[in-house]
Design a protein. Structure first.
Lengths: 450, 320
C-alpha cells in the first residue's frame, strides 16, 4: 500500500515547501515538488507539470492501482508530533484513560509518538509494567508508546527502581512525575546511576514543603478566591537543585512543564554556561493566567499551576530563544468525578493532547511569536532529540510518521467531543485554528477527520 | 434588595444591596429585642445548617434567626475527615434538595465549596464561611455594629489586626467596607499576610501603631493555635507582645473607638482581657447583631424566592 500526499505544504527543517510526499512500505519514499502517476507507475520530478492521470472521484482521496492519493491542497504536512509528557493512566486508572483511548486521542491530535509517565497503579517502576504498557500499546495499534520508568520505587523518593531492567524492557527515560524526588542525595544517585544506562531524568520540579498542599498560583487571584497558593519558589528551587546536580555530575537533565518566569531564567543561565539541560512547557503555561481560577472551575486546576502574565510572556520568550526546547501536553485526563468536587480536593491536570497543536499554532504561530518551522521543532524534532527517539522530521527513508493539518480550519474547543476519556479542559469555548485531517504512523493511516 | 438565589460573598453584592441587608437588620433587631421573639415571616420554610467545620456562634445564630422568623430548622454536622471519603458535596446537596429544603447555610474548610453547592441545588445557599475566602454574614454583622455606632459606613478608618491570611472575616470586611466607602488598615505578621492584598484596596501597615492610629474601629482576629505549630509565629507570648492589642495600642485609636472581634477570643493573645472587657468593646453587641443580620438575609432571600419561580443555575433552569 502506497500513499501519495499531493499538493500540500511540507514543513521541513529547511522551511515550508510545497511538495508531494510518497509513503511506501511504512517509510517516506519521496519528497519532491511533483510526483506523477502514469498508469500506476510513479515518477517524481523536481520540475514539471502535473501528470497525474487518475482523476480522483472523491476530491480528497482516491485509490489508483494500490496508490491512495490524498489531495493536500491548502494543507500542511508535518512530521508526526512527539509528546514526551503524557499520562495514559493504564494500568490502574482506566476510569480516567486507558492506553487505547489515550492513543486514539493522541492520533486525533496529530501525535504519532508519546512517552507515558509512570504514575500508574502499580507504578511503572519495574520491567514488568514497562512490558505491559508496550504490549497494550501494540494491541491498541495506534501511535508509538514509549514508557517512562519511575526514578524511585513506588515514586516514593526513597530507593532507586530497577533502572537497568526497565531500560532493557524499553523505558526511554526516568521520572517521578507528579512530584520531585525530595531527597537530594537520592536524586543525585539516580542521575549518576541512570547515566550508566544513558537514561535521562525528567524532573517534575516542586518543593513539596513549599507547595504545602496549595492548589493555585500564589498571588492576587489566590487571595481573592481564598485558595491556598503555591509560590514560584517551590518550582524554581527544584529546577535550580536539579540543574546543580546535573551540572556537578556532568550528566544531562530535562526539566518538565516549566511554568514560572524565574524558572525560565534559571534554565537560560544554566544553558549559557554549558549545562546539559533541556526543558519543556505546555500550552496552558503560555496561554492561560490564574485569572481563570476565581470561578472555582476545577478544570483549571493543574500542577504546576497556571501563573501570571509575566510568566506567560517569559515562557513564550523562552520558547523563542531556545531556552525551552519542547512543547508537551502533560496530558492528564481525569474522570468527571475527580473534578466535580471542592477545588482543593479536585485532581490536578488537563486533558490536552487533542488540542495542543491547534492551541500552539493559534497562540504562537498566528500571533507571530514562532514560525511554523520553529513550532515543529518544539513539538517534534526537539522532543525526539531530547530522548533520542527516531523521528521528528520529514525525511526520505525515515518511518512515515506524518500529520496532515488544515491550519485555516477553525473550530471551537469542546471537551465533550474529546475521544480521550478525560474531558477536563480549561479551553472550552476557545476558538482555535488547526484541524488535523490525517495522521499516519509508520505509513498507516491511524486517524482521519470526519 | 438581593437579586440572586444565594449569598456567597460580599464580592457579589452592590453597595446598595449590602446597605439594604444592614438596614434590614435594624428592623429585625427590634423583633429580637422585643418580648415575644417570634414572627411567621418564614413559616413553612426550612433552614438547614450544613457545617463541615466546628462552630458554635455562627450556627446557633443562624438557627435562632430562622426560628425567630418561624422557619423549621435542622442541623447537620459533617466530620472534617469524611470530606474526602464520604458522600460528595454535590450529592449531599441533591439529597437536601430532595427533602425540599429552602435554605442551606454551609460552612466548609475549602474555599469555593458554597459556590459549588449553590450551582447544584435549588435551595438558597448562604456562605457561613469557606476556607480563606469569605464569611459574608460575619462582615455584615460587623458593619451593622459599626453603622449602629456611627450612623454611617462611609469615611471610617477600620484597623484589622491578626491572622489576615487565613481569615475569611478580614476578606469579607475588606470587600464590604471598601464598597461602602471606608478604608481598611491591616497589620499582621508577614507570615500571615496574603499576597497582593493591597491590590484589593487594603492599606498594609508596617506596625500596630500605624494601623490603629486615629482608627474609628479596631478589630482583632482570632489566632489559631495550629498556625503556631505550623511555624507562622514562634509563641503566643511573642504574638501578644508584638501583634496584640492592649490598652496602650488602643489609646492611639479615636476616643471611644469600638473594639470588635469575631470570636472566640484567645484572652491575652490577640486582645488583652482589659480590652475585651473594656468600655470600648462591642464584642457582645456583635453577637446580637449577628442574629439580626442573619434574619435580614433570610427574609431577603425568601422574598427573592417568592418573586422568582425559576432561577438559572449552572446546570440549567430550575424551579426553586
Amino acid at each position: 500500500m502506497r500513499t501519495l500526499l499531493k499538493n500540500g505544504t511540507a514543513v521541513l527543517p529547511s522551511g515550508e515547501k510545497k511538495c508531494d510526499i510518497l509513503i511506501e512500505d511504512g517509510r517516506i519514499a519521496r519528497i519532491v515538488p511533483q510526483i506523477q502517476i502514469t498508469g500506476g507507475a510513479i515518477s517524481g520530478e523536481t520540475h514539471g507539470a502535473n501528470h497525474v492521470k487518475a482523476q480522483a472521484a472523491d476530491k480528497n482521496s482516491n485509490q489508483v492501482n494500490d496508490i491512495q492519493i490524498i489531495d493536500c491542497t491548502g494543507k500542511h504536512i508535518l512530521p508526526g508530533l512527539i509528546d514526551i509528557h503524557v499520562h495514559l493512566r493504564e494500568p490502574g486508572f482506566e476510569g480516567k484513560e486507558d492506553i487505547q483511548s489515550g492513543c486514539a486521542a493522541a492520533v486525533k491530535g496529530g501525535v504519532t509518538q508519546v512517552c507515558c509517565m509512570p504514575n500508574t497503579d502499580p507504578v511503572c517502576d519495574n520491567a514488568v509494567v514497562v512490558t505491559y504498557i508496550k504490549t497494550r500499546a501494540e494491541q491498541a495499534g495506534l501511535c508509538k508508546v514509549h514508557p517512562i520508568g519511575a526514578i524511585t520505587k513506588g515514586e516514593k523518593g526513597e530507593t532507586l527502581s530497577d533502572i537497568g531492567k526497565m531500560k532493557s524492557a524499553g523505558a526511554v527515560a526516568l521520572s517521578d512525575d507528579g512530584k520531585s524526588v525530595m531527597d537530594s542525595r537520592i536524586m543525585r544517585l539516580a542521575m549518576e546511576y541512570a547515566s550508566d544506562f544513558s537514561l535521562k531524568c525528567l524532573c517534575h520540579c516542586e518543593d513539596a514543603s513549599l507547595a504545602d498542599g496549595g492548589s493555585v498560583n500564589e498571588g492576587y487571584n489566590a487571595t481573592v478566591a481564598g485558595l491556598k497558593g503555591i509560590p514560584r519558589a517551590a518550582e524554581d528551587i527544584m529546577i535550580a537543585r536539579d540543574i546543580a546536580l546535573a551540572e556537578s555530575l556532568g550528566v544531562p537533565v530535562h526539566i518538565c512543564h516549566v511554568s514560572t518566569y524565574s524558572g525560565v531564567e534559571i534554565i537560560r543561565s544554566a544553558k549559557a554556561r554549558g549545562v546539559k539541560v533541556t526543558a519543556e512547557t505546555c500550552p496552558h503555561y503560555f496561554i492561560l493566567t490564574d485569572d481563570i481560577i476565581t470561578g472555582y472551575d476545577t478544570f483549571t486546576k493543574v500542577n504546576p499551576p497556571v501563573r501570571e502574565q509575566k510568566d506567560v510572556e517569559a515562557i513564550i520568550k523562552g520558547l523563542k530563544d531556545g531556552t525551552l526546547d519542547c512543547i508537551v501536553t502533560d496530558h492528564a485526563p481525569h474522570a468527571l468525578k475527580d473534578k466535580q468536587v471542592e477545588y482543593a480536593l479536585a485532581a490536578c491536570g488537563i486533558s490536552g493532547i487533542e488540542t495542543s497543536l491547534a492551541l500552539s499554532y493559534t497562540y504562537l504561530v498566528k500571533t507571530g511569536k514562532l514560525t511554523l518551522c520553529e513550532l515543529m521543532q518544539k513539538m517534534s524534532a526537539n522532543p525526539a532529540a531530547v530522548l533520542g527517539l527516531r523521528g521528528g522530521e520529514l525525511k526520505e527513508g525515515e518511518p512515515a510518521d506524518v500529520t496532515v493539518v488544515d491550519f485555516s480550519g477553525k473550530y471551537v474547543i469542546d471537551g465533550e467531543k474529546f475521544v480521550s476519556k478525560g474531558k477536563n479542559t480549561p479551553f472550552n469555548g476557545f476558538e482555535v485554528y488547526g484541524v488535523v485531517n490525517y495522521t499516519f504512523v509508520d505509513g498507516d493511516l491511524k486517524y482521519k477527520a470526519d | 434588595m438581593l437579586s440572586q438565589k444565594d449569598l456567597l460573598g460580599l464580592k457579589d453584592l452592590t453597595a446598595e444591596q449590602i446597605l439594604s441587608l444592614i438596614d434590614g437588620a435594624f428592623e429585625c433587631k427590634k423583633l429580637l429585642l422585643s418580648d415575644c421573639k417570634k414572627s411567621d415571616e418564614l413559616k413553612g420554610k426550612t433552614l438547614v445548617t450544613l457545617f463541615y467545620e466546628n462552630s458554635t456562634r455562627t450556627r446557633t445564630s443562624f438557627e435562632l434567626a430562622g426560628k425567630y422568623l418561624g422557619a423549621n430548622e435542622v442541623n447537620i454536622s459533617v466530620a472534617a475527615s469524611s470530606v474526602q471519603k464520604g458522600e460528595t458535596l454535590i450529592d449531599t446537596g441533591r439529597t437536601l434538595d430532595a427533602m425540599k429544603i429552602d435554605f442551606i447555610v454551609i460552612r466548609h474548610s475549602m474555599a469555593g465549596a458554597p459556590a459549588l453547592l449553590a450551582k447544584n441545588v435549588k435551595a438558597s445557599v448562604i456562605n457561613g464561611g469557606d476556607g480563606m475566602h469569605e464569611h459574608p454574614t460575619q462582615a455584615l454583622l460587623d458593619m451593622v455594629t459599626l453603622k449602629e455606632k456611627y450612623g454611617t459606613l462611609s469615611g471610617l478608618k477600620v484597623a484589622i489586626l491578626g491572622d489576615i491570611k487565613h481569615s475569611r472575616v478580614a476578606m469579607s470586611n475588606l470587600i464590604g467596607l471598601k464598597k461602602l466607602g471606608s478604608e481598611v488598615y491591616l497589620y499582621a505578621p508577614a507570615t500571615m499576610l496574603p499576597k497582593d492584598i493591597d491590590k484589593l484596596g487594603a492599606h498594609v501597615c508596617r506596625s500596630r501603631e500605624e494601623a490603629v492610629e486615629g482608627a474609628d474601629a479596631v478589630m482583632g482576629l482570632r489566632i489559631q493555635l495550629e498556625r503556631m505549630n505550623g511555624g507562622l509565629f514562634p509563641s503566643l507570648g511573642e504574638y501578644a507582645r508584638y501583634y496584640g492589642v492592649n490598652d496602650n495600642i488602643l489609646a492611639l485609636a479615636k476616643k471611644g473607638a469600638p473594639v470588635l472581634h469575631p470570636g472566640p477570643v484567645n484572652r491575652g493573645v490577640e486582645l488583652t482581657p482589659q480590652v475585651i472587657d473594656g468600655a470600648q468593646s462591642l464584642i457582645n453587641e456583635q453577637v446580637t447583631n449577628g442574629v439580626a443580620v442573619r434574619m435580614s438575609i433570610l427574609k431577603q432571600l425568601a422574598a427573592f424566592r417568592a418573586a422568582n419561580g425559576a432561577v438559572k443555575t449552572a446546570n440549567g433552569e430550575k424551579n426553586i
